[in-house]
Design a protein around this ligand. Structure first.
Ligand SMILES: Cc1cc2nc3c(=O)[nH]c(=O)nc-3n(C[C@H](O)[C@H](O)[C@H](O)COP(=O)(O)OP(=O)(O)OC[C@H]3O[C@@H](n4cnc5c(N)ncnc54)[C@H](O)[C@@H]3O)c2cc1C
Length: 462
């Protein structure tokens, strides 16, 4: 009931994009053109790739096409808790690439340094707050997991603090939190749309040609070049980077390893000082909890709370976000918010939205190569790509240009995540898995067997 009431005046649109200063879209491509490098997709992977390519070689002729407008995909819709990891966290990096862990950790540090330097270089103000990430244990049974994570982070030289229940609640006051792990360095939160629009400005200033409302149709291999057809034009390009994430556009085989699931988010109205006092959160960290079907939360510059984490799956991974406006899942997310912060029962929500997640079995970026190396897809961040997309762009370009950078010998760049069954099995599997995760409290019988089977496919469910 409380959830329904709090959603009464909600707008089903991302808070981040709902701004009068959103830039006007660039004109769609009409007619034929040529490029040394064509980038498909105007999210953060595509925008970072455009900047990195031009910075590496200003004489390159770079064109970026986007099916709708910049940041209309995942990049304008995330929680935007920023992390140093390029592999969905230290734990996941060790799970998937134990032998490369030292390299991946170093690459994460280099990536975030490059990320910060770019914000400085182009004067991109994206409300960044570098207050760290706080992982909270929901339920006493989760506290040993936090201790293990603490030991792991210490072993790898991270600056982390392990907090007991009282200390955690002093950071962020919720009766659900029984402990916390606060990673302090080079992580925090930002405004993802301001970031994307800043990156777009930077790319344009470097001479990248951007065409919005220009969906790629087909790619034809013509030997030395690739010809990309759009609705009203064609681009002949030497190389093509597919930065199409969960949409998996550009080659029919990408989808074999990338599934589009959606994740949902609610944004509250700005909290008053008195409401803020009820929860603490003076240190304003980005917060995740330890559950598989997790919730994440953060503050905005004007003290709204973003509260996310309710997965959904739609048959075939359709691209139109307007399909995901049925109130029920958002009401359940609102109920989770009020279980987390019962002292905020007078707070309402202003915005609700969902966004596409490019889920892979590895939960981290990978590269797919087509047309004899002239086309590379870089994606698969699985909901953890705000900073990792810069790394994905960098690695995608390196692969595309035939670079001999040693990172490309690591398994993440030279091997593939597992295949995911096609429709209709994908739909059925996703729905069953979400139901099993949702009813985890009553886990037992078929649920355990099913989650084990999904785990065998490579997805980290425990
Ligand atoms: C709800 C949600 C919460 C998240 N929270 C976090 C978080 O807290 N921290 C974090 O690190 N990450 C988070 N992420 C993940 C992060 O947002 C993404 O990993 C990142 O934005 C991916 O960027 P991208 O450019 O690869 O993909 P996208 O931003 O999806 O860009 C792909 C683009 O390709 C375009 N496209 C598709 N098909 C075509 C075509 N045929 N022709 C031309 N263009 C095409 C799309 O329109 C889209 O703009 C979250 C994601 C979601 C959805």
């Amino acid at each position: 009931m409380l959830g329904e009431r709090a959603l009464a005046n909600v707008t089903f649109y991302p808070f981040w994009l709902d701004r009068p200063d959103a830039p006007a879209p660039n004109a769609r491509l009409v007619g034929n053109t040529e490029a040394d490098l064509l980038i498909v997709g105007g999210g953060s992977t595509g925008l970072w790739a455009a900047i990195l390519a031009k910075e590496a070689d200003p004489s390159q002729n770079v064109v970026l096409i986007e099916a709708e407008n910049i940041a209309s995909g995942a990049s304008g819709r995330p929680g935007a808790i920023v992390s140093t990891s390029v592999m969905h966290g230290l734990h996941n990096a060790i799970r998937i690439f134990p032998k490369d862990i030292a390299t991946l950790e170093a690459l994460g540090q280099t990536n975030i340094a490059g990320f910060l330097a770019t914000l400085d270089r182009y004067g991109i103000d994206c409300d960044a707050e570098w207050n760290g990430e706080l992982t909270v244990a929901v339920g006493k049974e989760s506290t040993p997991v936090l201790r293990q994570e603490y030991e792991l982070h210490k072993q790898h030289g991270h600056e982390v603090m392990l907090l007991d229940a009282d200390e955690t609640r002093r950071q962020l006051n919720s009766p659900l939190f029984e402990g916390g792990l606060w990673a302090k360095k080079n992580s925090g939160t930002l405004h993802p749309a301001k970031l994307a629009w800043g990156l777009k400005r930077a790319a344009l200033s470097l001479g990248v040609r951007i065409h919005e409302y220009t969906p790629l149709g087909e790619l034809a291999d013509e030997g030395g070049t690739v010809v990309a057809s759009t609705r009203d034009g064609r681009i002949r390009a030497g190389k093509v980077l597919l930065a199409t994430s969960a949409f998996a556009a550009g080659h029919p085989h990408i989808k074999k390893r990338v599934a589009m699931v959606r994740d949902r988010i609610l944004m509250t109205q700005p909290l008053t000082d008195e409401q803020m006092d009820r929860i603490g959160w003076k240190n304003r960290q980005g917060v995740y909890d330890t559950r598989t079907q997790l919730n994440y939360m953060r503050l905005t510059r004007d003290n709204r709370i973003l509260f996310g984490g309710r997965l959904g799956y739609f048959f075939g991974g359709p691209r139109d976000p307007r399909l995901d406006r049925t109130p029920a899942p958002y009401t359940r997310l609102a109920e989770a918010f009020f279980r987390t912060f019962p002292q905020l029962d007078d707070v309402g929500f202003t915005h609700a939205w969902s966004g596409p997640i490019d889920l892979t079995t590895r939960m981290a970026v990978h590269l797919q190569t087509y047309h004899g190396g002239k086309v590379v897809y870089a994606g698969g961040y699985s909901g953890f790509g705000v900073s990792a997309s810069r790394f994905g762009a960098d690695m995608g370009l390196a692969k595309l240009m035939g670079s001999n950078r040693p990172e490309l010998d690591c398994d993440f760049a030279s091997t593939m995540p597992g295949t995911i069954p096609p429709e209709p099995f994908r739909y059925l599997g996703a729905r069953l898995t979400m139901y099993a995760l949702d009813t985890a409290d009553a886990k037992g019988g078929w649920r355990n067997l099913w989650l084990k089977f999904v785990g065998k496919l490579g997805f980290p469910l425990s």
